[in-house]
Design a protein around this ligand. Sequence first.
Ligand code: ADP
Ligand code: ZN
Ligand code: ZN
Length: 713
Amino acid sequence: MVFWPGVVVATPAHSGVGATLTYRSELFLTPGTLVRVPLGAREVLGVVWECPTEPPEGLTEAQTKPVAGVLEGLPPLNARWQQLVRFAAQYYQRSLGEVALAALPPQLRDLSAEQLARRLKKKKKQKEAGVDATTPVDTGTGGHDLSDEQAEALQALEAAQTPVLLYGATGSGKTEVYLQATLHVLQSHAEAQVLVMVPEINLTPQLEARFRERFEPLFGAGALVCLHSGMTPAQRLSGWLAAHTGQARIVLGTRMAVLASLPGLRLIVVDEEHDPSYKSQEGARYSARDLAVYRAKVETEALAVEGVHAPRCRVVLGSATPSLETWHAADQGRYLRLAMPARIGGGALPRLRLVDMNHQPKGAVLAPPLVAAMSERIARGEQCMVLLNRRGYAPVLACHDCGWKSACPHCSAFRVFHKLDRTLRCHHCGFTERVPRACPDCGNLDIAPVGRGTEQLEEHLASLLVDVKRPDGGPARVARMDADSTRLKGSLEQQLATMHSGEVDVLVGTQMIAKGHDFRRITLVAAINADSGLFASDYRAPERLFALLMQAGGRAGRDAAFVTEQGSASELWVQTWTPAHPLFAALRQHDFPAFAAQQLEEREGAGMPPYGYQALLRADARTQQAAQAYLNAAAQAAEGLPHRDAITLYPAVPLTIQRVANVERAQLLVEATSRGALQRFLNAWQPLLLACRSLPEARGLVRFAVDVDPLVI
Ligand code: ADP
Ligand code: ZN
Ligand code: ZN
């Protein structure tokens, strides 16, 4: 008998290759089986998508090639995983093969049969050596006794019939709830697995440590694996195999982990669910948070076959400042909202101190009252944190004689002055040069930095605090943490350690310092240049700023006992030029619901998400003209498409940073009043987008991409 497996391979998106390629096989291949197949002159990795006994119409034996080999010993990917991939590909307008293969560890492609067999054998041994998961364990191990609020939330989430929004203040003990929910799931079934997603693992080594400490003693050393893009190919393969074979019970990962194979999946946690890093900005531009919700639904439906008391796969989205999409879903009752307003230990959230920069001495980077407040706190042995969302020494270097500026020759942006290694670096394309000794245009020696970055702020603060003494009589110490200072492996951990140990008094940094860290002695957090976000044209700017400030403020006063002992309240200082902005009134009250309600009302009035549905068609080309011409042609081609009436197509416009690495960028906004209409329209449009590439006016087009539910427009 002959079978005709349809196989998906990593076709570049939009290559026009159909969903599956048909091959021949003597054996039935279960859908989900990993195979090697010939493609042109190469042999590539593929996933069997279906395996019919009849060839597709019109296809003859002579036109097909046999499957070259099966990856032996690897269980097929299951039907739920296939359904997830199919959905993601369709919803985000990419090819099935691209999404499916991107979800697999790259090294799987290069492994010989023997190498794979060896790896699998090792995994099996490890699994057998692991602690027997069905052994009853002492549930108290390492865990805290839950507060009433936590216990109620845990109980409610375990009974929930919908996705859950865990809306808990910073320091309210959300992580502890995740830990105990995880424990219960793992104990409920020997094969059960939990997926915990975080925006960035490297930034919060504490979280990984907490999960390891809690679960490795119970379920064995291999019970937890990480999956994120910072791992080596070998580590990624190992983690993926552990998850796929069920050896790993917990996968802790970034957005890519949402597509991992997890045959026993029963719980998905999306921590800091509002974080923009859950939305991929390249390739298939998926939202890992939204896919997590979909995935839990698919898993639950599959489990429901087992009967009325069938277990569910739950999904918990956690945040102190949920995304407005999630908040709205909870308002509508589609998600269950569980609130944990109180901080563990009863500590108060920091008091807001708004500094009106219009009334400060001209040119002051830090308002004098802020410097005074910091000095007092340092003298008492407390720590401060200062946030500035711009790394480097200064965003621009300029010549005051002739007006030369440190523009990047490849981008429509300035290169940033980094004083420490005396370079000018483009943060968009990476182009780096040594700082010129004199103005390249007029030879003037007096070229000067304009504006301030974290490097300069660190220097400036050290000079402002030079006379301030710590309780031990030593001088105040300032440190900086940003993408530059943490580039070397291990440097982030080391910098966090100096903060935890109290060696450092003031930590200066980008938003990286605001995330998740459980610092115990910080009592003052300051945001220096918070306004910059508010003037952006992006309609999500206030939402992002509110989340950032709440999260930054959440680093202060985490240890209530320490704060009480010190006899001072913790504070969040915000320097602003627009103190009357309604955002600050809500921030003062720590009133996220009020802020969300006000923002949602605005969005509803303007038909913006979550009340309207959007997609972007983006074009990269050698000239701006070609990019826009392609977009306009695509818009023209859309006339007459079914559902066109339900769609608004806006004119093509250049991106804010129009040119990056010598590529001109433009985009066109697509809006619809319903998700279904948007999806149907995009599906019908896709072949026309491909066809428009070969129009004469689109000459010079490098690539196009559709971004569904874009975060930045
Ligand atoms: P969140 O994730 O909401 O910011 P965490 O789970 O990190 O909060 O909890 C904040 C701090 O409180 C942590 O140091 C944690 O160990 C501690 N903690 C959490 N729950 C409890 C509890 N029930 N009893 C005592 N301490 C707790
Ligand atoms: Zn000059
Ligand atoms: Zn550049």
